[in-house]
Design a protein around this ligand. Structure first.
Ligand code: PMP
Ligand code: GLN
Length: 383
């Protein structure tokens, strides 16, 4: 393994899901729903397979039907106009979009600012691109995590190439406010930075609302917006994602993407095109369902003695384990299946400043209600 990748080892999600399988514990670690997405979307995939749509290489940028559906989604939800032919690119999940964007836009030695804790692929992709990551730490205060705009401003140097932003934010559940996004936008314009924004949880917002960074003044031309079907439609195994940006930026990302996978998920692209056109009631139902699950698991964790950071979005809840007399999230998560039959993820893996993340542990709540009730009962045994 080369030096760029050596520090990353095995992703925590694989490690914790393997631990869950080995111990038979309830897996609230890796974030994936235990109920598949809508029947009609699954049917659309079966129809495409059966009718021979997408069984051979789809077009490099993605099938026109899906690119059009993505453009219509951005217009209908956010009043953002993108040309499906030149400003939309379909990728193998958001994961490939992130990798391709960084590989295409970062020169060796460039600095990339990311909010810490950050989704684990960010650090690895910055490293593969030869960049240097510059973490800006979200600070826990009054039951929520906050971005310190002065710290963000101070992190920008002459070598900064781009900001890698994520809102709604995994693992903290923070949804950046309009005021915070406006400040990020002003900084990006002032310092002439690109922003790659990971918005895969755009529809999983319970308090406040999601606003794409690209909708702020001066941002459309410097923002690569990334999303995917995994969370929005509960099909994390399909790996259909997308990029919206100017023709120049999309062309750059495609230059890298063509040599990573070239294309993927042909029949699923047809199904996701239909999914994006589901009525508002689908999106409202998803949100209401997950809001209830958030409240259910949060109440269970509070009753079990954790300090809970109430997530405004995503399907994760971050907790502080210090009220339980614990301080090492790694050790806590490794022992948790033995102690009470539950798997969670230590937030420290999402930090460069590991000490900042040490006492925090993340639980996923995208699970059936009875699973969440059972997990909450088991966690109460810790007291
Ligand atoms: N970004 C974030 C913040 C995530 O939590 C995830 C997790 N699944 C991804 C990207 C990856 O998305 P996909 O499964 O579409 O590759
Ligand atoms: N995004 C999911 C999480 O944060 C899982 C992603 C993965 O397994 N790579 O748990």
């Amino acid at each position: 393994l080369n030096r760029r990748l050596a520090e990353f080892g095995t992703t925590i999600f694989a490690e914790m899901s393997a631990l869950a399988v080995r111990t038979g514990a309830i897996n609230l670690g890796q974030g994936f729903p235990d109920t598949d997405g809508p029947e009609e979307v699954r049917e659309a995939a079966v129809r495409a397979l059966r009718d021979g749509r997408g069984n051979q290489y789809p077009p490099g940028p993605g099938i026109p039907e899906l690119r059009t559906a993505v453009a219509e989604h951005q217009l209908a939800r956010y009043a953002l106009t993108y040309d499906p032919d030149t400003e939309v690119l379909i990728t193998a999940g958001a994961t490939e979009a992130i990798a391709a964007a960084l590989l295409a836009l970062v020169e060796p030695g460039d600095e990339v600012i990311a909010l810490e804790p950050y989704y684990d692929s960010y650090a690895a992709c910055v490293a593969m691109a030869g960049g240097t990551r510059v973490p800006v730490t979200l600070r826990p205060r009054d039951g929520a995590y906050h971005l310190d705009l002065d710290e963000l401003r101070d992190a920008v140097t002459d070598r900064t190439r781009l900001i890698l932003l994520n809102t709604p934010h995994n693992p903290t559940g923070t949804v950046l406010t309009r005021a915070e996004l406006a400040a990020v936008a002003e900084l990006a314009v002032e310092r002439d930075l690109l922003v790659v924004t990971d918005e895969v949880y755009e529809h999983l917002v319970y308090d406040g609302e999601h606003t794409p960074l690209a909708s702020f003044p001066g941002m459309r031309e410097r923002t690569v917006t990334i999303s995917s079907a995994g969370k929005t439609f509960s099909f994390t195994g399909w790996k259909v994602g997308w990029v919206t940006a100017t023709p120049e930026l999309v062309t750059a990302v495609r230059s890298a993407k063509q040599f990573l996978t070239y294309v993927s998920a042909g029949p699923f692209q047809y199904a996701v095109a239909e999914a994006l056109r589901l009525p508002d009631t689908y999106f409202e139902g998803l949100r209401a369902d997950l809001r209830r699950k958030r409240d259910l698991l949060s109440a269970g964790l509070t009753a079990a003695g954790f300090e809970v950071y109430r997530p405004a979005g995503t399907y994760f809840v971050t907790t502080d384990i210090r009220p339980l007399g614990e301080s090492d999230g790694f050790a806590f998560c490794r022992a948790l299946p033995e102690r009470c039959g539950v798997v969670a993820v230590p937030n420290a893996v999402f930090y460069d400043h590991r000490d900042q993340g040490a006492p925090f542990v993340r639980f996923a709540f995208c699970k059936k209600d009875d699973v969440l009730h059972e997990a909450a009962d088991r966690l109460r045994r810790l007291a």
